[in-house]
Ligand binder design. Structure first.
Ligand code: ZN
Ligand code: ZN
Length: 240
């Protein structure tokens, strides 16, 4: 697989406050075919899909909290233009995989197995929530990744470990991870959504250089929103 087709999240430990971070970053400034951002215009704008559906398939015991899912839904609703709205659907509950490490091929195979066939006129973002952790080849301390035009995987066990077992912080960090990875699918930053004003972090391609933005490569795990420049990019792509 082409490494630039995966944008993943790792944790960067800072002093006192754990920082959420994302890497390895995309080497390409633009979306690559089959990679995150390749479906950005369709997911953001009003012209392709009437509605947007987030399908969440999760391993039992790893269900994301309602706050994280509702905040994700809210951000997508605020920034994309779908007359039929945005819904988050908790779908398959997967039996534990028994794997300690998942390769990207493992993740893709599980996504193929569980993702519902597309039906109707809704665009779909598929979120796979797994037990275990990502193979280190995918990135060290990986929390999640956008690995296809409409595909995200998150690793709650890695999230919990990253914050030293604090369930409160893990809930915040998982929320951050979900919104951040969804942002990559929407084309941020410079991954399918052209920049109205340049704000891509040139040291961490595909990420935002603005303070307090959920699309920064690293930042406060409590952040939940896109910055004005990221919002401008989504608006220019047909969003709101
Ligand atoms: Zn990222
Ligand atoms: Zn931003």
């Amino acid at each position: 697989m082409n490494p630039s087709s995966v944008v993943s999240v790792v944790l960067v430990l800072g002093a006192g406050l754990a920082l959420a971070g994302c890497g390895p970053s995309s080497r390409a400034a633009a979306a690559v075919p089959g990679g995150p951002g390749a479906a950005a215009a369709a997911l953001v704008g009003p012209h392709v899909h009437r509605a947007l559906r987030v399908e969440v398939d999760y391993v039992e015991g790893r269900r994301p909290g309602d706050d994280a899912l509702e905040r994700l839904r809210q951000r997508l609703l605020e920034r994309t233009d779908h007359p039929g709205g945005v819904e988050v659907v908790l779908d398959d509950v997967l039996a534990p995989t028994g794997r300690e490490r998942h390769t990207l091929d493992d993740v893709r195979a599980l996504a193929r197995l569980h993702r519902d066939p597309e039906a109707g006129d809704a665009g779909v973002i598929h979120v796979l929530v797994l037990d275990g952790e990502a193979d280190p080849a995918l990135g060290h301390h990986l929390l999640g990744a956008a690995f296809g035009p409409t595909s995200v995987v998150v690793f709650p066990d890695a999230v919990l470990r990253a914050v030293g077992g604090s369930t409160t912080r893990a809930a915040d960090l998982l929320r951050w991870t979900l919104i951040h990875e969804a942002g990559h699918l929407l084309g941020l930053v410079n991954l399918g959504a052209p920049q109205a004003v340049p704000h891509e972090d040139l040291a961490k391609r595909g990420h935002c250089d603005q303070p307090g933005c959920v699309m920064r490569w690293s930042g406060d795990e409590r952040v939940t929103d896109f910055c004005p420049r990221c919002k401008d990019d989504l608006r220019a792509l047909g969003g709101r």
